[in-house]
Design a protein around this ligand. Structure first.
Ligand SMILES: CCCCC/C=C/CC(=O)SCCNC(=O)CCNC(=O)[C@H](O)C(C)(C)COP(=O)(O)OP(=O)(O)OC[C@H]1O[C@@H](n2cnc3c(N)ncnc32)[C@H](O)[C@@H]1OP(=O)(O)O
Length: 358
């Protein structure tokens, strides 16, 4: 299948996550393909002979001649995929129980055929920064391709995750607000798409309170295990925002529209037991034995035939994939407007002036 504009944008994000410098030759190739894919054949004036860097870039772009934009886009996406996958395989020893390097906001490990992705900003209640959104997308992409049977998300410390890091919205100058909102909407859409597209069973081990986007995404998980200390809170109206993560569709489907509305419109916080009764959580465990019970069970499941599990997951989820992509796109574009609203800007300012906490 031909790479889409969205694949192209995702690849552009992935390039920023490469840990190793791919070298000048590859960087020139990436530059040339990027220009060809976004602007078409080279139309810029040739730089002067002593302007070495710009001349090398111009030469690389010009060398692509009349290569169609779509082919350049595909080649760019393929090149980035090969750079990312060679980087992740060189970071992992085959068969080893390994902590994968290259992540700053996550701890990603592979053990017992399970890829564990742990939010790792315990001092900030695992709030998700822009870097963390990118690292999660990268970890999911790698977990979808590695030889693990399934992927598990959990949190380090007392929280599962406190949702979007509200600092993502600070330090934005007034004339940048519109552009930033657009940028975040693209990031959000790409981020949620990674969960919709994830090909293997996706499991959440909710070790403590969960807020915002870390809750809404649970509707896209296949199994959710929760400690009895966990709570589930989507305070969108309090923040002048609106639902994401496909929750505007998945939550009413899972728990019925009356219960979903209490959460998504009024920000009602659910206990783990309530979330279980409403179908968002598969099972609740006492906090004292949570880790032991859950991981023992997951290790047993991970020995089941991986292809059978993958196929079953896809059978369950794929019927609605296109619908979910459309919902994600709509939710992201509504949020793009919300982030520019006085309601939202005031709510975030109140949080940082410590006037408002959830
Ligand atoms: C690309 C953009 C996509 C956007 C997608 C949109 C998603 C929507 C959402 O996710 S909405 C949810 C947003 N989250 C919140 O509003 C939570 C805000 N945090 C709180 O209300 C509280 O911190 C708490 C209830 C989670 C925990 O309270 P507690 O008193 O136990 O702890 P502290 O407040 O002292 O927290 C410790 C430090 O962590 C910082 N922090 C916690 N959560 C966030 C956050 N979401 N964003 C930014 N910072 C957060 C908190 O400020 C403390 O920092 P400090 O020690 O430096 O003061």
């Amino acid at each position: 299948m031909e790479a889409s504009q969205k694949d192209f944008e995702t690849a552009m994000h992935q390039v920023k996550l490469l840990k190793k410098d791919p070298g000048n030759e590859v960087k020139l190739k990436l530059y040339a393909l990027y220009k060809q894919a976004s602007e078409g054949p080279c139309n810029a004036p040739k730089p002067g002979i002593f302007d070495l860097i710009n001349k090398a870039k111009w030469d690389a772009w010009n060398a692509l001649g009349s290569l169609p934009k779509e082919t350049a886009r595909q080649n760019y996406v393929d090149l980035v995929a090969s750079l990312s996958s060679s980087e992740s395989s060189s970071q992992r020893k085959p068969g080893a129980d390994s902590k994968q390097s290259g992540y700053e906001t996550l701890v990603v490990t592979s053990e017992d055929s399970i890829t564990k992705i742990m939010f790792n900003r315990p001092n900030k209640k695992n709030a998700i920064t822009t870097q963390m959104y990118h690292e999660i997308m990268h970890a999911l992409d790698a977990a979808g391709k590695d030889d693990s049977a399934f992927a598990v998300f959990t949190g380090n410390g007392d929280y599962y995750c406190s949702g979007n890091d509200l600092n993502n919205f600070t330090n934005v100058l007034p004339d940048e607000v519109e552009e930033k909102a657009k940028h975040f909407a693209i990031l959000l859409r790409n981020f949620v798409d990674c969960f919709i597209n994830f090909p293997k069973p996706l499991i959440a081990v909710v070790n403590g309170p969960a807020v915002g986007i870390s809750v809404t995404l649970l509707g896209l998980f296949d199994i959710v295990y929760a400690s009895d200390r966990a709570t589930f809170h989507t305070p969108f109206s309090h923040l002048g925002q609106s639902p994401e993560g496909c929750s505007s569709y998945m939550f009413p489907k899972i728990m019925g529209s009356a219960k979903a509305a209490e959460m998504l419109i009024f920000g009602k916080k659910l206990t783990a037991r309530e979330a279980y009764t409403q179908g968002l959580v598969s099972e609740v465990f006492p906090d004292s034995t949570f880790q032991e019970e859950v991981w023992t069970r997951l290790k047993t499941y991970s020995q089941l035939p991986p292809n059978a599990m993958k196929i079953s997951k896809q059978l369950i989820r794929n019927v609605e994939k296109e619908k979910l992509h459309a919902i994600n796109s709509k939710e992201s574009s509504i949020l793009q407007d919300r982030w520019q609203s006085d309601e939202c800007i005031n709510a975030i300012m109140n949080f940082f002036s410590k006037k408002a906490k959830l």
